[in-house]
Each structure stands twice: as C-alpha cells, then as structure tokens.
Design a protein around this ligand. Structure first.
Ligand code: SF4
Length: 204
C-alpha cells in the first residue's frame, strides 16, 4: 500500500465560530484519522524518533497499538515514560524533536507523532475512568515547589515510588497557565492535571 506523503491534518474549529469563543482551536484527531496516520509509521528497527524525544517515549510501540485500534494500550506505553501526554501532545515542539528524526521525513512529511500522542491521551481521559494504581505509601513525604510540568512530573514519579509529593503552588498555576493561550490548551485539561498531581501518581 502506498504511503500517504502528507501528515493527516487535525480538524479545527471553523474560523467563523472560533472568532466568538476562547475554546481550543485544534480539535484533535478522530479515531478514523488516527488509524490512518498511524498506518504511515514504518516501525523502524533503529527507532530514530525515540532518540529525538526528551523523555524517550516508546514511539513505534505506541503507534503500533494505535494502528491495531488498541488505544488504551497505546496510552499505557506512553505512560511508562511520560506523565503529561495530553499536555505534551499539544505543546511540545515535535517538529524539532521526535518528528525531526522520523525516517519518513527524509522523503515525505514525518509521522504526526504529537498528534497521535494527543489523540491517545484524550482517548484515555475521555473513555477511561479508573485511576492509575499507586503503590502504598512508604511514609516519606516530599514538598514539590511549583505545579508546572516539572513539578507535576516530579510528584507523579514520586507517587509511583510510594512517596507522597505535596505540591506547593501559587494561584498562577505555574508556567503552563501563565505562558500558554487557552486556545492552545484548555484550562479543563490543566485542571485535570493539577487536581491529580499531588496524590495519585498523576498522568494527564
Ligand atoms: S522514525 Fe518515524 S516511521 Fe520510524 S518508527 Fe519512528 S515514527 Fe515510525
């Protein structure tokens, strides 16, 4: 089957509609588009895209699960190395990171890794209500100062080790809320992260 040379576009709000609201402009892939985009991945043995990801997400593996329609399994693979896929799928500069290393990009447009990451995270957040399993507390507590991406990731990683990370934050919600437009990342997404960040081994 011939490979589609172009990344699948992400649906967006109609300009005439979005001119009258502050909602997120990009609407995310549908299941159908995600399956089509995942089918562009070559599943490269040397995995250059992983080396381009600051947290080394197992990119070919999660995309392979998307290709099979196993979206929750894809989410679990991403969660092995990233606590913030819904945020990173929206605001990471994938064009200069994972997607810049994508083999497909040598001849065509690279695989839409960030768009697929966002799709998988949104699928999980919309369809799965169970909270992640967290080990029993080992009695240790750590104060995490700041509730931006690094603070939330730190609290989440501590929770996975049974250490309670209590976030100390200002009302400004850290760099994410002060530095990003609502049309780029909805506040409901941030609130989900903030709400689960202290005690539940947050992933969002
Ligand atoms: S480099 Fe591109 S084509 Fe190869 S596995 Fe990674 S995402 Fe897929």
């Amino acid at each position: 089957m011939a490979i589609d040379p172009k990344k699948h576009e992400m649906p967006t709000q109609d300009p005439a509609v979005r001119a009258h609201n502050f909602n997120e402009v990009a609407l995310g892939y549908t299941e159908e588009i995600a399956l089509a985009e995942a089918s562009r991945c070559l599943n490269c043995r040397n995995q250059p895209c992983v080396a381009g990801c600051p947290v080394n997400i197992h990119i070919p593996e999660f995309i392979a699960k998307v290709k099979e329609g196993k979206f929750e399994e894809a989410y679990q693979i991403i969660s092995e190395t990233s606590s913030l896929p819904a945020v990173c799928g929206r605001v990471c500069p994938q064009e200069s990171q994972c997607e810049s290393k994508c083999t497909l990009g040598i001849r065509f447009e690279p695989v839409g890794i960030g768009r697929l990451e966002r799709f998988v995270a949104d699928y999980h957040n919309n369809e799965v209500s169970e909270l992640p399993e967290v080990p029993a507390s080992n009695g240790h507590k750590v104060a995490v100062v700041g509730s931006g991406p690094s603070g939330l990731t730190c609290a989440g990683d501590l929770a996975k080790k049974g250490i309670q990370g209590n976030g100390i934050r200002s009302s400004a919600y850290g760099r994410r809320r002060s530095g990003l437009r609502y049309s780029r990342i909805p506040s409901s997404q941030e609130d989900r992260c903030q709400g689960s960040g202290n005690t539940e081994g947050a992933r969002c």
